[in-house]
Design a binder for this molecule. Structure first.
Ligand SMILES: [Ca+2]
Ligand SMILES: [Ca+2]
Ligand SMILES: [Ca+2]
Length: 464
């Protein structure tokens, strides 16, 4: 930690990371910004209908009952080869006060889920010897046809025990072989492959922030297919890293401003759109960031842009949910068909959507659906964590592992996947996309606000 402090102090002195650290801090000229944004939004809303926050035709129904052996479903991805949906289940949901799974708890599993929602357990992940646990979360298929999986060990041991695992697939079918590709992450959370690179969110970086308004930090790590597909097999050792802004794999580092339920968890949801822009968000406070490749196609900390300023957002709407704000980004999924991003809001039992924007613009997330605390058995959201489009539905996995300040209060098996009729989602997103840009995308927030809500650029400690 001392070494990190010294490093950070030196970098701060050089002005290298000061903007990165400041990017979640309260904006200068914030008051004026709020008034400006409010007027702009009100003008927009008078011109068009006021968006409702809950829509009957977007009501989720039960897609999959995962049974009592599965109570914290998390990551989902679809095999291009077979069209089958794969689901990871860390089963964190039954742990004692020492964060050890109770005797009744199940291991970390991988499921296949068919088009009818029938889930079949195909694999129990081997545990990490040091913790006796496996925590499979975000997952995606690599260019080698194998399935890569974040193994989140943070809840059991926060000392860089998390890993990236590889489930070996042969001819599009899973084997029972699981290899360790990378070691040394803190809280390996979401992942996505894009153009031969693997992008992984790590939700905790060990960085001394020296600012009581900043509760935590996290970021995005990038691995090339060349280094990762060879590691941990054929006699090669797993890739060894020490996750954090100084690791050469780190392409984005963001902090967590104290906000809402005062969560300290950093980068979580992550997805990449057709242009190669990485969209990622903080679990702890709902900030959303974009990282666009530079002209050379590289991802650099200096290009990280804050595109949703959660601290300075304005709730809009009426009725019981009028004050709802987005203050949690769990899993994010890019829907290439509709060119939009879905956000799973664990805190509010909600799914939001936004349209990607150009550099310099703010995104405007809007709620597709939100419900109160629910056990999920009827298909209502029970701490939504990840989304995917499958079987004619927008599927939402329900993590059901509550933290303080969430709507979800109790772990109540069975684990569930909710489904929202995709035809209705398509209608809604198409309607929303045809709205005036100022209402749909956040230019209203971008006007007359001085420095405050402009994208703040930061450079990483590891910009090279
Ligand atoms: Ca997550
Ligand atoms: Ca629950
Ligand atoms: Ca439940």
């Amino acid at each position: 930690m001392k070494k990190l402090n010294l490093l950070l102090s030196a970098l701060l002195a050089l002005g290298v990371v000061s903007t990165a650290l400041a990017q979640d801090a309260p904006a200068r000229g914030q008051r004026g910004a709020r008034q400006g944004a409010g007027q702009a939004i009100q003008r927009g809303l008078r011109q068009t209908e006021r968006p409702a926050l809950q829509r009957a035709n977007l009501k989720p129904t039960l897609f999959a009952d995962l049974g009592d052996e599965c109570y914290t479903p998390d990551g989902m991805t679809i095999s291009d080869e077979t069209g089958m949906l794969y689901l990871s289940v860390p089963n964190f949901g039954r742990m004692d006060e020492n964060m050890v799974k109770a005797d009744s708890a199940q291991g970390g599993y991988l499921y296949e889920v068919d088009q009818e929602g029938k889930a079949t357990r195909i694999l129990e992940f081997p545990v990490l010897e040091k913790t006796g646990q496996a925590g499979p979360m975000g997952l995606d298929f690599g260019p080698d046809g194998n399935l890569y999986v974040c193994d989140n060990q943070y809840f059991h041991n926060p000392d860089y025990c998390s890993r990236i695992l590889r489930v070996v697939f042969v001819d599009g079918k899973p084997t029972q072989e699981v290899q360790v590709a990378v070691e040394g992450l803190k809280l390996a959370n979401g992942m996505t492959w894009f153009n031969g690179n693997l992008f992984v969110s790590d939700s905790y970086f060990d960085v001394e922030l020296n600012d009581e308004q900043l509760l935590g930090s996290g970021g995005v790590l990038m691995f090339t297919a060349d280094e990762i597909t060879k590691a941990g097999k054929d006699g090669n050792p797993p890739l060894q890293i020490k996750s954090g802004p100084e690791d050469p794999h780190c392409v984005a580092f963001t902090t967590v401003q104290k906000l809402g339920r005062d969560g300290d968890t950093g980068a979580d949801g992550i997805c990449i759109d057709k242009n190669g822009t990485i969209w990622f968000g903080n679990f702890g406070n709902g900030y959303i960031y974009a990282l666009r490749p530079n002209d050379a196609g590289e991802y650099k900390q200096e290009n990280v842009e804050t595109v949703f300023d959660a601290l300075n957002q304005r709730a809009f709407g009426r009725g019981p949910m009028a004050e709802t704000k987005l203050e949690c980004c769990d899993g994010m999924f890019y829907d290439a068909n509709l060119d939009c991003v879905y956000i799973n809001d664990s805190v509010n039992n909600a799914v939001w959507m936004f349209k990607p924007v150009e550099a310099g613009q703010q995104v405007r997330p809007i709620i597709l659906w939100m419900n109160d605390d629910s056990d999920g058995k009827d298909g209502l959201l029970d701490q939504p964590c990840e989304a995917v489009v499958y079987a004619g539905k927008l599927l939402v996995a329900n993590f059901d592992y509550p933290f303080p300040g969430m709507k979800n209060k109790t772990v109540d098996p069975p684990g569930t996947i909710s489904g929202i009729d995709y035809a209705e989602v398509e209608k809604f997103v198409t309607m929303w996309s045809s709205r005036p840009r100022g209402l749909r995308e956040g230019q209203g927030q971008g006007q007359g606000q001085g420095q405050g809500l402009r994208p703040r650029l930061g450079r990483a400690a590891n910009a090279e």
